[in-house]
Every structure is written in structure tokens, then in C-alpha cells.
Design a protein around this ligand. Structure first.
Ligand SMILES: Cc1cc2nc3c(=O)[nH]c(=O)nc-3n(C[C@H](O)[C@H](O)[C@H](O)COP(=O)(O)OP(=O)(O)OC[C@H]3O[C@@H](n4cnc5c(N)ncnc54)[C@H](O)[C@@H]3O)c2cc1C
Length: 459
């Protein structure tokens, strides 16, 4: 049966829900508060006075081969993955060449043998470091990648050396969970490791392969998704912030400043804070409980500082991504990326070039001024960038929820005829594109199975 479905919010979760709903034959309307598609993973166009327009991203993103739902959906809407993503082997080296990397001869080995090779070849690690990690990994594997709900990543990794903690655990944890190891959920960390090391990949890429965007985030998915939806008759409403929802007989009424319509089913795909506010105003007990759970999530920031400056020695890495030695306030950034707009690839970054570099500070609590000062110092010291100039600093204050042990996350179902989608919905994953896309697809599948608002009587 074809239903009239409203999707509220056009981040990656909302767009995924819309694509799947259209595919199922429903009449889909998408409402997006801003004029940009893509939510937290969007392109940002800047028009600096007196300078050429500039296209950046709201934040540097990386994907991995294990993001099967995201990569599958990108392909479905017509994105050529090979042209927008630059694959790199698992390589978490610092600018001085130390750290974990997969040697060329092991890149075709089956996972996790390739990872074992990278541990054995990790530069700057002693045999004690390597053995401590191998023992921990064997323990996790023996336990089926399961741990007690209250375990943190730090407690899970007791026994690994300080070096392994600094070179591998903390950078991986903060990149995947945006939460420091002492506060991060051990179980979610293990889920990510399990899928990255042992899970299915997305051909031609294996699960552990890092995929660095080679194009702006709009081109990665939102542009193609919007094109795909329009071509199939979906109604898209940018710049339409939904101010409220209410039951209307067997349907839902969706209210925006200039549109007012009724729908058989609503998929609420906003940030959890906005979703909790909207749902808390509904007079239904399941909705009240849901809103309370969503409102309890705490959030963590991610800051991206785009810099430009001289690189007299050239880009110090083989790939466009490098790990940085990080010490909270003094050295806040954990990763540096050579921006594709500046030279395209690390290999092509000439010594004389003034490339644009993005430095990413996850779980960042600094104010803008302190952050920019510290990041410029860090870029000079660790990357050899001379006279770095800040091009733009983007701080997303509520970038992700804090992924703490035993966290209760809201369910997909809110009330009859109303489901939620977003990276924060109950799932084995932390707040990532993959969690967002999976939740969007699942919300649309729910519509298929459970139909519309008629299941619950109007209050
Ligand atoms: C700086 C940064 C770096 C990141 N790095 C990575 C990474 O490397 N890898 C990774 O996998 N993930 C990363 N993430 C996380 C990833 O971006 C998010 O998990 C994902 O984008 C969340 O998508 P979403 O659709 O759930 O929510 P959102 O993107 O927040 O989408 C919600 C949408 O709803 C709209 N909206 C809100 N209120 C209303 C309303 N009332 N009416 C209509 N529309 C409304 C918003 O405008 C927005 O477009 C990063 C996030 C940030 C911020």
C-alpha cells in the first residue's frame, strides 16, 4: 500500500529514510530546516570578502570499508565511490613516521592477518608494546568482542602499554566514538573493532580500509540523493523548519511556517535535541518516555581548523591523513588531513605548495581563540607548516552524543505512525554516518511493516 510519508530533517539519516521510502513506492515529502542538505555531514560554501569563494566541509569525515550500508546507498543513488573516496590501508602514522601502518607486502593478506602484520611492523613500538596489544586483541576475540556494559575503553585496554594506548587506542577511540578512552563505552569500541577487523567489506575495499573523501561532502551523498529523489517524484522542502506535530485522526499533522499537511507516517530525522523537544509536546505516554531518554543524551564537540601555510619539506605523509600527537589543551588536534581542494593527493603536494590542511580536534572543549592558537603551534611543530594562517574554524558543539558505557539510547519507534532516525538511535555503532544511514533505512522498513498512525487511537 502506498502511504504518504513525511521525513523531517535531511541529514544522512533522513535522506536514507527518504530514498528507502521512495523505493518502497510511498509518496515522500522531506522537510529540512536549513537550505543545505546533509546535516552535520555537509558542504560549507564560504564567500570571504575580497577573496575567491571557498568550499569546505562542516567537518572532516572518514569512512571505512565496513560502512556497507552507507557505501551501498551512495552507489544506489549514482555516486561513483571510486571517484569521491580515496582508499588507504590502515595507517595511523604520525608525521615522524612512527605508529601503526600496514606494510605494502601485507595489504592483500586476509583480515586480521594484515592487522597483525601492521602491529608487528609498527614503527617505534618495542616487542613489549606489540605483545601487549596482541594479548589484548586475543582476549577480545576469545570473548566474542563482548564485555561488561559498564566497561570503559580504558578499562578494556588495561595491560596495553602506554605507547600502544597513545599511538593506537586513544586515537582510534576518539576518532570512532568522539569520546575519550576513560569515558568511552568499551562495548561500542569492540563493536567497531569487530566490524572493522572481521566484518564484511564493500568490494573492492576490505572492511578495515580507510576511505578519505576526495570531494566535498555534498558530492559524497546528499547531492546525488536529492537528484535521485526529485527524479522519482519526492517533494523536497528546503528551508522549512517543522515547528510541531500533532495527531489528526489516523494521520499526523506536520506544521512548518508556510506548509501544513497531513501524513500517514512521519520519520523524525533531526538532531536528538530537536527531536526530544518536538516529541515531548505529544500527549502520548510512549512519546513522553522516548523524549525523556533522548533528552538525557550528552553531547561532545568536534572542531575543524582549516589552515594554510608553507610546507618547505612537503606533506610529511604518504597519504592525506596523518595522526597527531595530542595532549588536550596544548595539542588539541588528533588528526591532520591534506585538503583535496589544495592539491588532490599527498603524492602531488609539492614542496613549494601552500596546501590547505584540516586539523581535527575531537572531544574538544577549548574556545575558538585558544583552539586556533594551539592548533597553529601544533601544525608548526608536528607537520612543519611555516607561518600557518587560519582559513576557517568550524566548531560543531553538538557533533555527537557522548558514547559512555551502558548508555540508554532512544528506540526507533516513538509512537504509532511515528519513527525516529539518526545516529543516536539504539544501535551497536557510535554516532557515525553508518549509524545514521542504518537508522534511516530501518525507519523506512518499519513503515513498511507497521503502516500508519491508525494503529493508535487519537488522544
Ligand atoms: C565535525 C564532525 C566530524 C565527524 N566525523 C565523522 C567521521 O569521520 N565519520 C563518521 O562516520 N561520522 C562522523 N561524524 C558524525 C556524522 O556526521 C553524523 O553521525 C551524521 O552526519 C549524523 O546524521 P543524522 O542524519 O543523524 O543527523 P544530522 O546530520 O544532524 O541531520 C539532522 C537534520 O535535521 C535538520 N533539522 C533539525 N531540526 C529540524 C526541524 N525542526 N525541521 C526540519 N529539519 C530539521 C537539520 O538541519 C539537519 O539537516 C562527524 C560529525 C561532525 C560534526
Amino acid at each position: 500500500m502506498s502511504l504518504k510519508v513525511a521525513v523531517i530533517g535531511a541529514g544522512w539519516a533522513g535522506l536514507a529514510a527518504a530514498v528507502r521510502s521512495v523505493e518502497r513506492g510511498h509518496a515522500v515529502h522531506v522537510f529540512e530546516a536549513s537550505r543545505q542538505w546533509g546535516g552535520r555531514a555537509r558542504r560549507v560554501a564560504l564567500h570571504p570578502a575580497g577573496n575567491a569563494p571557498l568550499t569546505l566541509d562542516n567537518g572532516q569525515h572518514i569512512l571505512i570499508g565496513a560502512y556497507t550500508a552507507t557505501l551501498g546507498l551512495m552507489r544506489q543513488v549514482g555516486v561513483s565511490l571510486e571517484s569521491v573516496l580515496l582508499p588507504m590501508p590502515l595507517d595511523l602514522r604520525f608525521a615522524d613516521g612512527t605508529g601503526l601502518y600496514t606494510p605494502a607486502w601485507a595489504r592483500r593478506w586476509p583480515t586480521p592477518l594484515d592487522t597483525l602484520a601492521s602491529v608487528i611492523r609498527a614503527s617505534g613500538w618495542t616487542w613489549t608494546d606489540r605483545w601487549s596489544f596482541i594479548q589484548a586483541a586475543r582476549r577480545w576475540q576469545r570473548q566474542g568482542f563482548q564485555c561488561l556494559p559498564e566497561e570503559t575503553v580504558a578499562s578494556l585496554c588495561e595491560g596495553v602499554t602506554q605507547r600502544v594506548h597513545e599511538d593506537l587506542i586513544e586515537p582510534l577511540c576518539v576518532a570512532a566514538l568522539n569520546t575519550l578512552a576513560h569515558h568511552a563505552s568499551g562495548q561500542v569500541f569492540l563493536n567497531v573493532l569487530r566490524d572493522a577487523l572481521l566484518g564484511a567489506g564493500t568490494p573492492p575495499w576490505r572492511s578495515s580500509q580507510l576511505l578519505v573523501p576526495n570531494a566535498d561532502l555534498g558530492r559524497l551523498f546528499p547531492d546525488a540523493a536529492v537528484h535521485w529523489l526529485l527524479a522519482r517524484g519526492a517533494q523536497l522542502h528546503p528551508g522549512q523548519r517543522v515547528s510541531g506535530l500533532s495527531r489528526h485522526g489516523h494521520q499526523w499533522r506536520v506544521i512548518t511556517p508556510s506548509l501544513d499537511g497531513t501524513y500517514d507516517h512521519v520519520i523524525l530525522a533531526t538532531h536528538p535535541t530537536a527531536a526530544a523537544q518536538m516529541v515531548s509536546r505529544l500527549a502520548e505516554s510512549s512519546a513522553t518516555t522516548w523524549a525523556w531518554v533522548a533528552s538525557q543524551l550528552r553531547h561532545e564537540a568536534i572542531a575543524t581548523v582549516y589552515l594554510q601555510g608553507d610546507l618547505p619539506q612537503g606533506w610529511p605523509g604518504q597519504y592525506p591523513m596523518l595522526a597527531l600527537r595530542s595532549r588536550h589543551a596544548q595539542e588539541p588536534a588528533q588528526f591532520a588531513f591534506l585538503h583535496p581542494g589544495s592539491s588532490g593527493s599527498a603524492a602531488r603536494c609539492s614542496r613549494s605548495a601552500q596546501p590547505r590542511v584540516a586539523l581535527v580536534a575531537s572531544a574538544c572543549r577549548l574556545d575558538r581563540e585558544a583552539l586556533e592558537r594551539a592548533v597553529c603551534d601544533q601544525a608548526q611543530e608536528q607537520l612543519g607548516i611555516r607561518s600557518p594562517q587560519v582559513v576557517k574554524t568550524l566548531i560543531e558543539k553538538q557533533a555527537t552524543f557522548v558514547c559512555s558505557p551502558g548508555l540508554q539510547r532512544p528506540t526507533l519507534q516513538v509512537a504509532a505512525g511515528l519513527t525516529a532516525a539518526g545516529d543516536y538511535i539504539e544501535s551497536p555503532y557510535p554516532a557515525t554516518l553508518e549509524a545514521a544511514v542504518r537508522s534511516g533505512l530501518a525507519a523506512a522498513d518499519w513503515v513498511e511493516m507497521h503502516g500508519h498512525a491508525a494503529a493508535e487511537p487519537a488522544p
